[in-house]
Every structure is written in C-alpha cells, then in structure tokens.
Design a protein around this ligand. Sequence first.
Ligand code: ADP
Ligand code: MG
Length: 320
Amino acid sequence: MIEVIDVSKRYGKHLAVDRVSFTVDKGEVLGLLGPNGAGKSTVMNIIAGYIPMTEGKVTVDGLDVVEQGHEVRRRIGYLPEVPPLYPDMTVDEYCTFVSRIKHVPAKKRKGHINEIMERVQIADVRRRLVRNLSKGYRQRVGLAAAMIGNPEVLILDEPTVGLDPKQIIEIRNLITELGKTHTVILSSHILPEVNAICERIVIINHGRIVASDTPENLSARLGGGKDLVIRVPGQAQAALGILEGVGGINEVDVMGEREEGTIDLLVRSERDTRSDIFFAFSKAELPLLAMKPFDLTLEEIFLQVTQDPQEGSNNVSSVS
Ligand code: ADP
Ligand code: MG
C-alpha cells in the first residue's frame, strides 16, 4: 500500500532523514518509533505530501506522492503533531469545513460527519467551540478531521502526546479499532505504546532505520521476555546462593538498593524460570518482594540495535 524508497531529507546542511526505506501493507498498523528529533515527523510529512523530499520516492497505492500528489492526498488522512484546528469554530463547523475542503459531496456530508463523530465519540461536544475543548477531545477532533472523506490510509503523528493516562488508553483503543479498517502509520517515542498497537515497528534514530520487525521478534531478539528483575530483603548474598540452585539461569547481576533495606537483582535465563525462582525463595523462606520482566528502555534498545552485530550479542537481521 505504501512504499518508501531511499528517502532522504536535508534541511540546509542538516540531513534529517537518511535513505529511509520501508513498506506498509494494506490493512497493516505500522509504528514509527524513535526519540525526539529522530526524523519521524519529517518522514510522515513527506509521505503525506506536505513537504518535499530531497531524494527518493514514495508511492501510495501505486501513485507517486510527488507526481500524483493530489490523488495521494485524497487517500491519506493525516493527523499532524499539532492538529490545525480553528479555535473559533464549533466542532460541527470545523468538521463541515474539513469535509468541504476534502470535497465530500454536499448531500453526503451530514451523514458522513455523524458517522465519524460517533466513531471517535465527539458527538456530545459538537456544538462546543474548539477552543474550549480539553486536549483529549481536541485530539479526537483532529482524528475525526483525518477520517473525513474516508481515506484508506491514516497517518498519525504522536497521537497520544500530552494526553492523560485515561485519554491515552481511549485513543489507543480507538486507533486499534481504526486499524481494522485502515492502513495506519503511527509515530511515537514510547516503546510500550507501539508495542501495544502496532503489528510492525520501524525504529528510526538520527534519520536512519536501525531496526524493523514485529514487536514480538524485536523484544525476543533483544533479549527481552526471559530476563527478570527480582527484589528481596537484605543483602545480595543470600539471594545469590538461592539462585545458584535454580537451573536455566545464565547470569545474575546485582542492580543495587532501589528500596531501603532491599536489593534488586537482574536474572538472565535461557528459559522461563519464574516458577522455579518463586519456589526456591519460598523454600528458603526468603520472601520475593517483586518479580517483573526486565523491559529494555528505548535508549537501551537503540544501543543494542546500533551496535556492531559482530561485537554484540544481538543480531537484528531485518535491518534495512
Ligand atoms: P521527530 O518527529 O522524530 O521528533 P523531526 O522529523 O521533527 O523528528 O525532526 C528531525 C530533525 O530535523 C531534527 O533534528 C529537527 O531539528 C530537524 N528539523 C525538522 N524540521 C525542520 C525544519 N523545518 N527546518 C530545519 N530543521 C528541521
Ligand atoms: Mg515529531
């Protein structure tokens, strides 16, 4: 559905996007993950036809973004980082305005807008001025605007930034719903977010793709899943003794005292050792105060995927 081929973008001397290539299949939800300044918005702006690329080619549904920009834009609903809302319009007026710009036939406008308002749940604020809406509602209005005209592709730039936890969950659920009927590209600098919503993740750092895979494969390859952090009272010595008796553990690192009077240990295993660890500590009458998966932070993942595979233990094979 979307093909990004060797796309580069230069802002003056600064190379913001460096030969980025990836494809998005029809109906897929793809996450563009990377820290601030990585080039996510630039890539999205280029795909949506909002800014020109310096080099490369992008096609949407076989159409060239540059040569057939008008056709492409009709197929894309774009939610930019800061949605271009008009504060002095009501939600109704704004949606009608957007549907005019997008050439939704006058006869169909009302029904179409009603349908979208139901779907993103903004019908209850339709007569309110945009300026008086909460950030969460504004984001939904932005999403509604992107959906007007029934584009097949939705490009959503950091759709949950600035929302509170409840709003974040609501928007994530909404995007998951939309993913069933649309091709979606979503950007985020939050790993659990793309993990939760996306079928495939493209990690971008300093304008380059450093990894591209399913969330499951990424965390498996990066050693996630089987590594645990446990917290026990007292000193490390007793815990280390107990862990020695558990089979399947490759390595134990003492992480230190994160809570007064306790010690955290990082346990790296070759299999799922959680039950064995639990029973071993129970038998030794040393309580396990906590046990949780050792989640790599985005920064740690970047370190791993940007490492030379010859040196490191990782091997992210589908790096483009
Ligand atoms: P992200 O969305 O991942 O945070 P951006 O695509 O916004 O990253 O930015 C990528 C890089 O390009 C950054 O270093 C940013 O400062 C730079 N940049 C973005 N837009 C412009 C612009 N209009 N002019 C100059 N530099 C820009
Ligand atoms: Mg951005």
